[in-house]
Design a protein around this ligand. Structure first.
Ligand SMILES: Nc1ncnc2c1ncn2[C@@H]1O[C@H](COP(=O)(O)OP(=O)(O)OP(=O)(O)O)[C@@H](O)[C@H]1O
Ligand SMILES: [Mg+2]
Length: 276
């Protein structure tokens, strides 16, 4: 029996890549002298949760900045859904609106309300005039309120952001990113510095949004433990190099970059982290 009847008619009009992000031999430098990323190769499957962990200064935030076009690599190629991330490229500029980026500093506007911050995610969909006067159509306001509920902030829509707790601020940043109707969510250490319970609440929230929206989530974490709990794949970065890529299947840690580290070294790294 034929598997795909479309082949006969050869009437394909769309192509989709399973690897939504591909990085090939990426080298990056801020000052053209020292490379902060050195030969990174990675590919991320659409709809998965991919985590990046590593010590401070290892290059995690830089990796995310390359994925949303804020930085360009010095060498190597990056493709996001076939498009090279470059703010000067029209095709990428359009795509950028569907990449929800939550920087390490969250990037919220502290003296405006929760709802106003969330609505910022809808700005790219507004006309120039609507955008200039921040005149949001009713359906966008309703959408913002729906997302507000999703992130469990109902009743706080009119509160100024500076009055919120750390966990609540993170919920607002997630809501603003979801308001973009993203296909990719980049989150830089969104649960670091939070207590265990709140960190898990925030991670559950993202996992839930991911299922609802078929989102690819790429998240930087400080600890390996929480990364392995939620991610399909975890890349470990050390001094600008990807030294390991692992995932969990049942009770086993699966090594997808076999050869670079011994089994003992990997288990040691995991047990160091789980003792925290
Ligand atoms: N704007 C910048 N100009 C020059 N060097 C930078 C800049 N931003 C980062 N770096 C350097 O690049 C390296 C990687 O930084 P990056 O912010 O990616 O690390 P990180 O892994 O995210 O660290 P952290 O866990 O502390 O956030 C560091 O040595 C840092 O000092
Ligand atoms: Mg960082």
């Amino acid at each position: 029996m034929k598997k795909n009847s479309m082949i006969k008619n050869s009437s394909f009009s769309l192509i989709s890549t399973k690897k939504i992000i591909q990085m090939n031999n990426i080298w990056t430098s801020y000052d053209s002298k020292i490379f902060v990323l050195k030969g990174i190769n990675l590919s991320i499957d659409r709809g998965t949760n991919y985590a990046i962990v590593g010590q401070s200064g290892s290059g995690k935030s830089t990796l995310l900045k390359l994925m949303n076009g804020m930085m360009l690599s010095s060498k190597g190629t990056i493709k996001i859904d076939y498009v090279m991330p470059d703010m000067n490229d029209k095709k990428f500029k359009k795509m950028m609106h569907t990449i929800g980026y939550i920087p390490q500093s969250l990037g919220l506007i502290k003296n405006i309300t929760v709802l106003e911050n969330i609505l910022i995610g809808a700005l790219p969909r507004l006309s120039k005039i609507q955008s200039f006067f921040k005149r949001f159509p009713e359906h966008e306001i309703q959408e913002a309120k729906r997302i507000l509920k999703l992130v469990a902030l109902s009743g706080k829509e009119n509160r100024k952001v500076y009055m919120l707790s750390g966990g609540e601020k993170r919920r607002v940043a997630i809501a603003r990113a979801l308001m973009q109707k993203p296909t990719i969510l980049l989150a830089d250490e969104i649960v670091s510095e939070l207590d265990h319970v709140t960190a898990h609440e925030i991670m559950d929230l993202i996992a839930d949004a991911q299922k609802r929206m078929n989102l690819t989530a790429i998240m930087v974490h400080h600890d390996l433990q929480i990364a392995l709990e939620y991610a399909d794949r975890v890349a470990v970065i050390k001094e600008g190099k990807k030294i390991l890529e692992i995932g969990v299947e049942g009770e086993t840690i699966v090594d997808f970059q076999t050869g670079d580290m011994s089994a003992e070294e990997i288990m040691e790294m995991y047990s160091d982290d789980s003792q925290k």
